[in-house]
Design a protein around this ligand. Structure first.
Ligand code: ZN
Length: 133
């Protein structure tokens, strides 16, 4: 009897093994099998191996999702930093616009004052000329 795989020799279903009396009963067709200690050791080793592989698989999956989560966080921090830099750039732009505006206002006020002074000087000159006549 080959028990490399602990499947029912009759229908191929997985056998439920009774460790107490080293027998197995097929839950589907009711086939009964008896194992010797050597078979049992092989079966148990096989089971352990499968379990270990499953655990390793689960751990790998966990590590992978932790990695993904970590990547998400990094991306979030990076995009927050980008948003901050964009905000800072917008503020800098705003400040530049305001100071350009102030510069223009200063220029206009300067021109008006110069105009008023020039105009007053001309009037004064005319008045002086008129008085001196
Ligand atoms: Zn069966």
């Amino acid at each position: 009897m080959s028990l490399k795989s602990y499947q029912c020799g009759n229908c191929g279903a997985n056998l439920s093994i009774d460790l107490e009396d080293l027998t197995a009963t097929c839950p589907f067709c009711g086939q009964k099998l008896t194992f010797d200690m050597e078979d049992m050791a092989e079966i148990m080793a096989e089971r352990e191996k499968t379990k270990r592989m499953q655990t390793e698989q689960e751990e790998a999956t966990k590590r992978h999702s932790a990695q993904l989560e970590h990547d998400e966080k990094i991306k979030k921090i990076e995009s927050d930093a980008d948003n901050f830099m964009e905000g800072a750039a917008a503020v800098t732009n705003g400040i530049n616009t305001v100071s350009r505006g102030l510069g223009m206002v200063k220029t206009i006020v300067g021109l008006i004052i110069a105009g008023v002074i020039g105009f007053s000087l001309i009037i004064l000159l005319i008045v002086i000329l008129l008085v001196l006549k």
